[in-house]
Design a protein around this ligand. Structure first.
Ligand code: AMP
Ligand code: ZN
Length: 112
């Protein structure tokens, strides 16, 4: 598991690793997923390092609410406001990057 020092998403948040940013403010960054699973597939991450969504919920519920709000804004900007929000949490659920991130899937009618 990555520690904070060599965390790829911390580096993206700081601009040390390039990404295709679609939104940024003082607490979050949103950028296109490298391997899109929908016409629009954006990751919303907190700038601070949290291991997973549960850690954000415990430490800073307002930040989690803000991530949901930004997801909704992206879905309105890029589509009709419909979106699927996924937080893979833990290795057996498919989490591969241990810096919390919301997958925002939108841009088309999504399969169930
Ligand atoms: P997860 O499997 O839920 O941990 O999601 C990690 C996601 O990050 C995957 O969908 C990857 O395609 C994506 N990803 C990994 N590295 C990058 C990167 N440098 N830029 C954009 N997306 C990335
Ligand atoms: Zn990190």
């Amino acid at each position: 598991m990555e520690n904070e020092k060599d965390c790829i998403f911390c580096k993206i948040a700081k601009g040390e690793v390039p990404s295709q940013k679609v939104y940024e403010d003082e607490s979050v960054v949103a950028f296109k997923d490298l391997h899109p699973m929908a016409k629009v597939h954006v990751l919303v991450i907190p700038k601070g390092h949290y291991r997973d969504v549960g850690e954000i919920a415990s430490a800073d519920p307002g930040l989690l609410a803000h991530i949901v709000e930004v997801a909704g804004k992206i879905a309105k900007d890029k589509y009709d406001g419909s979106y699927r929000l996924v937080f893979n949490t833990g290795p057996d659920a498919g989490q591969t990057v241990f810096h919390a991130h919301a997958h925002v899937l939108t841009g088309e009618c999504l399969a169930e």
